[in-house]
Design a protein around this ligand. Structure first.
Ligand SMILES: Cc1ncc(COP(=O)(O)O)c(C=O)c1O
Length: 389
């Protein structure tokens, strides 16, 4: 696992334990990205009008195989928030309708739904999922307590941001389907991190990033739309793909892929990503990372005098874990960790709870975690220090 660190562009002076926020792109993939940018600048017209389409198709075929869907059923988009904005804007949601979700969803998604619920008059119902999470059954039972005859849509994250928990989206989508509900899954953290097969999940809409755990350059996400909904999703931007003179692909793809001048380079890197995953045997490196998380999560909780927020099992955890902590000033703690100790790690708030989230990626070593432990012992987040306050 050690020499793989050299393949990343990360600042070697920083102990980087925050892969989850924005990922990190390895050199070979970043070079491929720059190669595409140069190809564009070399012949802007030929590239944008012809060669880009060919490269896009190759990239989409590679990704489609990896995520288990047809390459015609998704398009690339900057980020999951843009994808969810597009979905919610397109859906026929009215006063009297409800969107059922959990109280663990990503803040920007909550904001998106809050915005459109005010505009369109539907209710965004954030069902409480209590912690610690001990079984899938517990989750499923609690989640469906938020269902009623007004529920029209289910929105759910497959791996949450602040709490870093894996939710049983397949089971939720199955039940939602049997109730005739529309399903939207936020899989921002899933591709390259957890096993993903879209055919198996059967969501109506699914968005996942390549720029987190699939290691692509930034701004690379996909939005999958089930064939039944492809005529109902409207592009956020109306451009040349709308009522095209000479269509070359489906209306769904024309409208969402023909969006005027923009840099597609990150979207073309899927083949380079797959080569990197193979060359560096990422699956086995990541399996070791998951083991480290399962082993270290209770140890960090003990150190900080708290308890894990889920059963410590790969059912609920991937390469991240969130440790509940106590601190007077979460923002200051984060700043102290990066400024005084050169540790990049998120300190996040959810209601009254504060979490320190560890991400463990193939470039991390046990020394990184030992250094974090030593640093924690010096800070006012230790239970003994807090007792003295
Ligand atoms: C659960 C979850 N959803 C979505 C996102 C995507 O955020 P954005 O669209 O701001 O890149 C993130 C980013 O961390 C996330 O953790």
């Amino acid at each position: 696992m050690n020499n793989i660190k050299e393949q990343f562009l990360l600042n070697p002076e920083v102990t980087f334990l925050n892969h989850g926020s924005f990922g990190a792109c390895p050199k070979p993939v970043f070079e491929d990205y720059q190669r595409w940018q140069r190809a564009l600048e070399f012949e802007p017209v030929q590239f944008i009008t012809k060669k880009r389409e060919e490269a896009l198709l190759v990239s989409k075929k590679v990704l489609a195989k990896y995520i288990g869907c047809d390459h015609g059923d998704f398009f690339y988009i900057q980020n999951p928030t843009t994808a969810v904005n597009q979905i919610v804007k397109s859906l026929d949601l009215n006063p009297g309708d409800e969107v059922l979700t959990t109280d663990h969803e990503y803040g920007a998604m909550d904001k998106t739904f809050n915005f459109y619920s005010k505009k369109k008059g539907f209710v965004y119902r954030r069902q409480n999922i209590s912690l610690p999470l001990s079984s899938k059954e517990q989750f499923i039972e609690e989640f469906w307590k938020g269902y009623n005859h007004k529920t029209k849509v289910v929105f759910i994250g497959q791996c949450t941001s602040t709490t870093a928990l894996v939710f049983p989206v397949k089971e939720i989508c199955e039940r939602a389907k049997s109730l005739g509900l529309i399903t939207i899954v936020d899989g921002a953290h899933v591709p390259g991190h957890l096993p993903l097969n879209l055919q198996n999940i059967q969501a109506d809409f699914y968005t996942g990033t390549l720029h987190k755990w699939l290691l692509s350059p930034k701004g690379c996400t996909f939005l999958y739309v089930n064939k039944n909904f492809q005529d109902r999703i409207e592009p956020l931007i109306i451009s040349w793909g709308y009522e095209p003179g000479m269509p070359t692909k489906t209306k769904f793809l024309e409208e969402n892929e023909m969006q005027g001048t923009r840099d597609f380079s990150a979207y073309l890197t899927a083949p380079a990503i797959m080569n990197f995953f193979e060359d560096y045997d990422m699956p086995s490196g990541q399996a070791k990372c998951r083991e480290v998380i399962l082993e270290q999560y209770p140890i960090f909780c003990d150190l900080l005098g708290t308890k894990p927020i889920c059963k410590v099992s790969d059912e609920f955890l991937g390469q991240m874990c969130s440790i509940p902590i106590k601190t007077k000033d979460p923002l200051q703690l984060k700043e102290t960790l990066i400024n005084d100790h050169k540790i990049e790690i998120p300190i996040m708030q959810r209601g009254d709870e504060i979490y320190m989230r560890i991400s463990f990626q193939v470039y991390n070593t046990m020394d990184d975690l030992e250094y974090l432990k030593e640093t924690i012992k010096k800070l006012e987040i230790m239970p003994s220090a807090l007792a003295a306050l």
